[in-house]
Design a binder for this molecule. Structure first.
Ligand code: SAM
Ligand code: DTB
Ligand code: SF4
Length: 334
């Protein structure tokens, strides 16, 4: 019981920017040791959860997110697709399951779903659940009525990212506000759906912006159960194409600080892995990342091949999808 209480006490929602900056500023070895110590207290250090992604509606998005190849405003050579037929989704989920994924995440290039489209997505959720997989969707902004519907459909996770700090946000997106995102997250939490919420680094933000993003995430009323840390995938003709590439050591520091300040959350090493060496990914796992997107494609951009990831896991002695939590997790109530 004592251990449980100590772990519960570790979950703080009052992190100051100075505390977070001080973590970032620690000598690298000290920071990694601290992150790995926290990680071992809450998780099996050798278990990594794997999710597969499918874009169920691609491109022609009305938003202007300057990192995103799916915005209608940028000429990115993407083939636009209408909402995929349910059979195609089922087949993709089945393949993902056979390849070893435990969660299937479906993404749509919408500002928000219409009721008609939401009903179609709900059918998809139920087909994927019937295959025995966990479900996650990312569909843009949601009302409370819509999160209610998704909860009734048995959705496990909703992905909605804060993307960056409140200050840098307006440099990246102008068509919806930071508060819009916080409101959607509130609607998801209110229905006890697990929240998957993180951001993107390497968008030209400052050190302070990365610290402020993590502060926002850690000071939400509940830590997101899953925290994706994406490294910008630079796509030609998007405004952020050509941005100076982030120092990989800074990337590892970002993972480590996320692990320390959100000790019971799964930290997901997300987009950008095709530009990372095996050694850099190994450092990310050492820093506390314990989830990845798996399969040759993210939504529209490439991701490492399945056999390459399995080979790396094998070399590192990582067990895909093994039971992760040592203690009661912060998972949303069923
Ligand atoms: N349209 C919905 C939305 O934005 O909420 C859902 C899909 S959107 C593509 C999901 C997330 O993917 C974004 O919030 C962003 O964090 C991430 N993302 C998009 N393009 C990316 C890129 N080029 N590199 C890294 N992450 C990216
Ligand atoms: C998240 O944080 N990263 C994933 C998932 N959630 C939906 C998406 C990454 C997208 C990378 C660009 C692309 O493939 O289009
Ligand atoms: Fe649209 Fe989502 Fe891409 Fe923004 S991130 S342009 S909302 S698909």
């Amino acid at each position: 019981m004592k251990i449980m209480n100590e772990l519960v006490d570790d979950v703080r929602h009052d992190w100051t920017l100075n505390e977070i900056k001080a973590l970032f500023a620690r000598p690298f070895n000290d920071l990694l040791f601290q992150a790995q110590t926290v990680h071992r207290k809450c998780f099996d250090p050798n278990a990594v959860q794997i999710s597969s992604l499918l874009s169920i509606k691609t491109g022609a998005c009305p938003e202007d997110c300057s990192y995103c190849p799916q915005s209608a405003r940028y000429d990115t050579d993407l083939e636009h697709e209408r909402l995929l037929p349910i059979e195609e989704v089922k087949q993709a989920a089945l393949n993902a399951k056979q390849n070893g994924a435990s969660r299937f995440c479906m993404g749509a290039a919408w500002r928000n779903p219409t009721e008609k489209n939401l009903d179609k997505v709900i059918e998809m959720i139920s087909v994927v659940k019937d295959l025995g997989m966990e479900t996650c969707v990312t569909l843009g902004m949601l009302t409370r009525q819509q999160t209610q519907k998704l909860k009734s459909a048995g959705l496990d996770y909703y992905n909605h990212n804060l993307d960056t700090s409140p200050e840098y946000y307006k440099e990246v997106i102008t068509t919806r506000t930071y508060q819009d995102r916080l409101d959607t997250l509130e609607n998801v939490r209110a229905e006890n759906i697990n929240v998957c919420c993180g951001g993107i680094v390497g968008m030209g933000e400052s050190d302070l912006d990365r610290a402020a993003l993590l502060q926002q995430l850690a000071n939400l009323p509940q830590h997101p159960q899953s925290v994706p840390i994406n490294l910008l995938v630079q796509v030609e003709n998007t405004p952020l194409y050509g941005t100076e590439v982030l120092d990989p050591i800074e990337f590892v520091r970002t993972i480590a600080v996320a692990r320390i300040i959100m000790p019971k959350s799964t930290v997901k090493l997300s987009a950008g892995r095709t530009n990372m060496t095996d050694e850099l990914q190994a450092l990310c796992f050492l820093a506390g990342a314990n989830s990845i997107f798996y399969g040759e494609k993210l939504l529209t951009t490439p991701n490492p091949a399945e056999n390459k990831d399995m080979e790396l896991f094998d070399r590192l002695g990582i067990k895909p999808n093994a039971e992760q939590h040592h203690a009661a997790s912060e998972t949303a109530a069923a």
